[in-house]
Design a protein around this ligand. Structure first.
Ligand code: EPZ
Length: 417
């Protein structure tokens, strides 16, 4: 069993370079199979979610080369096969093969997706979207069977601006006959990244990044190239760490607009940052003002940053409130923060955080990916040694987290026990 061991309270300086976005690349890889040719992705993060998706492409008889952050996916010989449970369960984003296979072959057979246990996470909006495009959807045991004689453009309104449903419907609709409109679409930067790749492959998608996306179906998609956008959640996590421990810590390779909500909250807390075009230089202030955060869809405060941010709030002088509105169960990290000495009261999806409390190193667990990130943040500021269990969740989403932190002065290592 692998564990992360952190000796806390070391100041951090130097530079951390942000990797390509997990939540973009996990959609870009399935999108590539819509091509009848070769798709090239740059800035691909080397995380376990990426590896799991390569396994699925290879199972479908696609060819993948992946070297030095460049991935080439050749879909010339792609075949339609069942995506088995052992692969689909490895990550949430396996569900993008529903839209991609449906769009390409008008048939998809895939077992239920996996992913972090942070709430019920239904995919009814994806399924309803496929049905609006003309597909029939059956559940057989733990498996979806989705089929259509032909796919026809439709007007699809999403009850909630779901990232996954917006992308999956785009994937299914790009080769449909006629025009599809997705209204109340999600506006996250990852959606723009996926739409840009699809357009590079020959699709006609407009409006991505706004709440209405128009997709004019085309009959064929060919080769395409895309840069994976920087990971805004990784950038945000290291910026939070910089606010706590930075001494002119530079976070480079960011897109400022993607983390505006976080930066504005950090300023409200009294954190000074020097922001250049693609980087932030950050130093920890002597004290933090308490604030309230409420997670929202983009451009609101990202749900994926709520847990790491809650650690920072334990160091503010006074009462802060962290309200999670996207998922039912994003408080898994709180019991471990309490064990480390934090004063936090949870009421349903709201945490009341009373600071400032020193944190003490102890044994904790990563209950999900961002809860794990929160534990890393907590371990870095705690007195003494923190040991984190279940770190495979963290490694799913943060490329080279140990090396990146060690390079700026953190005492952190992976041990086998
Ligand atoms: C994506 O999840 C990300 N995952 C999540 O990142 C992220 O938290 C989320 O978007 C919001 O930004 C991937 O990209 C793989 P949603 P997704 O569909 O697409 C409800 C992380 O830590 N909903 O926008 O699953 C759903 O239950 C992960 O990196 C429905 O009710 O998010 C949830 O409450 C975790 N029906 C809310 O919408 C549906 O059909 C948000 O889901 C779909 C969603």
């Amino acid at each position: 069993m692998k564990q992360l061991v952190i000796e806390g309270q070391h100041k951090l300086s130097g530079e951390i370079k942000i990797s390509g976005a997990k939540n973009s690349v996990v959609a870009l890889i399935p999108a590539a199979i819509l091509s009848d040719d070769e798709v090239k992705l740059y800035n691909v993060p080397n995380i376990s979610d990426t590896k799991a998706l390569i396994d699925i492409i290879e199972l479908l008889n696609g060819k993948v080369t992946y070297d030095d952050e460049v991935m080439i996916i050749n879909s010339q010989n792609i075949e339609n096969k069942v995506v088995p449970e052992n692969l689909s369960k490895k990550l949430r984003a396996s569900y993008y093969f529903m839209g991609a296979l449906l769009g390409k072959f008008h048939y998809a057979e895939i077992y239920f997706p996996g992913g972090c246990n942070i709430g019920s996470r239904p995919i009814d909006l994806h399924i309803n979207g496929f049905k609006k495009l003309g597909a029939e959807v059956y559940i057989e045991g733990n498996k979806y069977i989705i089929k259509a004689d032909k796919l026809k453009g439709a007007r699809i309104y999403l009850d909630f601006a779901s990232v996954g449903a917006t992308i999956n419907i785009m994937l299914a609709a790009v080769k449909a006959e006629g025009t599809t409109y997705i209204s109340n679409a999600a506006k996250e930067p990852e959606i723009v990244n996926v739409a840009t790749l699809l357009n590079n492959m020959g699709a006609r998608v407009s409006g991505a990044g706004t709440n209405e996306i128009k997709i004019e179906g085309v009959s064929k998609l060919s080769s395409g190239v895309i840069d994976v956008i920087p990971d805004r959640i990784e950038a945000g996590t290291y910026t939070i760490i910089g606010a706590l421990l930075g001494q002119d810590l530079k976070i480079s390779g960011i897109i400022e607009d993607h983390i505006d909500a976080l930066l504005s909250k950090l300023r409200e807390m009294g954190v000074n940052m020097y922001i250049d075009k693609n980087s932030i230089i950050i130093s920890s202030p002597h004290e933090f003002k308490p604030i309230n955060i409420k997670t929202l869809v983009f451009p609101g405060f990202a749900t994926d940053l709520g847990q790491p941010m809650s650690v920072l709030l334990t160091q503010a002088d006074g009462i802060s409130i962290f309200e999670e509105t996207i998922y039912e169960n994003r408080m898994g990290h709180v019991k471990y923060l309490q064990k480390m000495g934090a004063n936090i009261k949870v009421n349903d999806r709201t945490a009341i955080i009373i600071g400032k409390t020193p944190l003490k190193g102890t044994e904790v667990s990563a209950t999900d990916l961002r809860a794990g990130a929160a534990m890393v943040v907590a371990g870095l500021i705690a007195e003494g040694k923190t040991t984190i269990n279940d770190i495979e969740h963290i490694l799913r989403g943060y490329e080279k987290i140990v090396e990146k932190l060690q390079n700026v002065g953190a005492k952190i290592e992976v041990i086998e026990s």
